[in-house]
Design a binder for this molecule. Sequence first.
Ligand SMILES: *[C@@H]1O[C@H](CO)[C@@H](O)[C@H](O)[C@H]1NC(C)=O
Ligand SMILES: *[C@@H]1O[C@H](CO)[C@@H](O)[C@H](O)[C@H]1NC(C)=O
Ligand SMILES: *[C@@H]1O[C@H](CO)[C@@H](O)[C@H](O)[C@H]1NC(C)=O
Ligand SMILES: *[C@@H]1O[C@H](CO)[C@@H](O)[C@H](O)[C@H]1NC(C)=O
Length: 194
Amino acid sequence: MDPCFVDVTLEFLAVAFHSILFYTRIYHENIFEMRRKYNFVVYHCFHPEVNRYIDMCLKSIAECLKSDTMQRIEFATTDEEYKPLIKFVFDFEKNFTFDDTSDAYLINCEQNLRAFCLKLSSMVHRFVNLPENKSFTIFIHTNESTVVNISTNPDLEEFPLVEVDFKQKEAETIIPIRRLTIRNHNIDTYIEFI
Ligand SMILES: *[C@@H]1O[C@H](CO)[C@@H](O)[C@H](O)[C@H]1NC(C)=O
Ligand SMILES: *[C@@H]1O[C@H](CO)[C@@H](O)[C@H](O)[C@H]1NC(C)=O
Ligand SMILES: *[C@@H]1O[C@H](CO)[C@@H](O)[C@H](O)[C@H]1NC(C)=O
Ligand SMILES: *[C@@H]1O[C@H](CO)[C@@H](O)[C@H](O)[C@H]1NC(C)=O
């Protein structure tokens, strides 16, 4: 596994998760600070409990990326009963013909990631009708073998593992954000309104 792919993806997902929290107004803006990333202003939540949960998710995601078993990540904003209302989806696809020397300095990659942040910030008007007591959950779709590794890793013992119920409610509207390329993987990002 390309260590650069793992590091760049984890850093990007952290930025994406915090940005979604900010733009969907799950928490009040006074627990966010501004940071600069990809030559763009991004918002980072500094609430310890929120960060603990996000960091735990990122550690589990790191396991999946390292073993190349990541299929999909869904960041769901939910109502107070944790029913998803909007899902931010990241679909992973490996590029088997990737040439290691292409975009070695990650210039195109960073432009992609910046464009993602820009597009997300321009969609904020679509998130205004969420209920008052909203929350969020992060779902990771991976292989059974990685699930076993996560469940036996003492660092990740609090991570809730559930078998997917395939009869989930269908999305009413799907809006693509964009396709990202990070090293030898393509990540399709889109939003499902349920
Ligand atoms: C895979 O990567 C190569 C560059 O290394 C690129 O030319 C090709 O279009 C990529 N394929 C897909 C499906 O993204
Ligand atoms: C949100 O939660 C608080 C505390 O549990 C409750 O008092 C309030 O009625 C809830 N608001 C809505 C709109 O459900
Ligand atoms: C993960 O599961 C998919 C579908 O069952 C399978 O095609 C793939 O080979 C598995 N990958 C690994 C690394 O186990
Ligand atoms: C599970 O963990 C073992 C030991 O760390 C590692 O060798 C193996 O590749 C991992 N498998 C997956 C699918 O993550």
